[in-house]
Design a protein around this ligand. Sequence first.
Ligand SMILES: Nc1ncnc2c1ncn2[C@@H]1O[C@H](COP(=O)(O)OP(=O)(O)O)[C@@H](O)[C@H]1O
Ligand SMILES: [Mg+2]
Length: 368
Amino acid sequence: MSAIDTAIRAAAASISLDAVTKSYGSGVKVIPSLSAELRAGEFTVVLGPSGCGKSTLLHMIAGLEHVSGGKIRIGEREVQDLEPKRRGCAMVFQNYALYPHMSVFDNIAYSLRVAGMPKSQRLERVRGVAKMLGLADLLNRKPGQLSGGQRQRVAIGRAIVREPGVLLFDEPLSNLDAQLRHDMRVELAELHRRIRATTVFVTHDQVEAMTLADRILILNKGQIEQFDTPKAIYRNPASVFVAKFIGSPPMNILSATGDGRVLTLGDGQVVANSSHLGPCQLGIRPEDILVDAGDGTITGDVAFREDLGSHSVVAVKVGMETIRVATPFGADVDESPTIRLRFPPTRTHIFDPETGKAIAAGTENLTP
Ligand SMILES: Nc1ncnc2c1ncn2[C@@H]1O[C@H](COP(=O)(O)OP(=O)(O)O)[C@@H](O)[C@H]1O
Ligand SMILES: [Mg+2]
């Protein structure tokens, strides 16, 4: 490896956010106080609804926005006061932000040229990246002569060509159509396996989060709702917000009341045993509900069914609530207007009705 290579190439670095805050003007705090450790080489997806502060957070890591308070460390270095170009991050934007008058080659090579890399080496590096991203035959084209997916690949190529220690993505796939989004997800996962840069990927799309992330950081109004692996978040959502945000269709959240022995739904049907006392929100995923499963069932009326090919989703009216149940495609669940449901105890979740936070105790000791 040459001297210039070592100067540009950075090892994957951890990112440490320590009580980071952000307010715009004198108004509201977009990020009240956020602390998190993103591990070196890890793929973190920041997931949350529009306006929750995802881009703000990413821009503060990149240095495109100042922090209002707190510290950001990349590796061992405190970076919150450093210029963007000294932080070792490369960023891919939603709108690609390519130079329209430059060729694909020059777009990708730009940062290497600015860094003073000799031409022969630039050529080699750009060719390598172009090959990896399937752009080898397009190097002489201008961005205007490319499809959306190809442009996005050029933007990614431009970011990774410097082999940065930290790669930041702000909703990079949201302008692409569904098939291309899927293909690019697969490519990004593959790319990360190869280059192992610490990656922060911002999106509001839970499928992207579930499929790409080592860990998902779920953001709600600038605060962390949960930061864990996709599996842990899916299985044990820390709050109603997370439970509803992850999963399609989302987890059913039902109003229930516990008397210390059983949980009762709003219409008076006993749904399970539980030591929970007082009102609560009972959560269960559509695919975890068993249909017509003998003892301990509740009864409801089938309202409608959506056939999705791989499975069907049946909406069942129970009192004032509508419960969504995922059933195997073509199962004859709508022949009778009434249907019996069972909630397996290990698959239920009890949430605090005021705060929405999961109450750990009580979810395990439910029995039919
Ligand atoms: N330059 C700015 N001045 C004032 N408010 C801003 C500015 N940039 C973003 N905001 C506000 O901060 C909040 C978070 O924005 P943003 O980080 O872009 O959210 P997200 O990327 O999650 O959609 C929004 O309410 C937005 O209106
Ligand atoms: Mg944004």
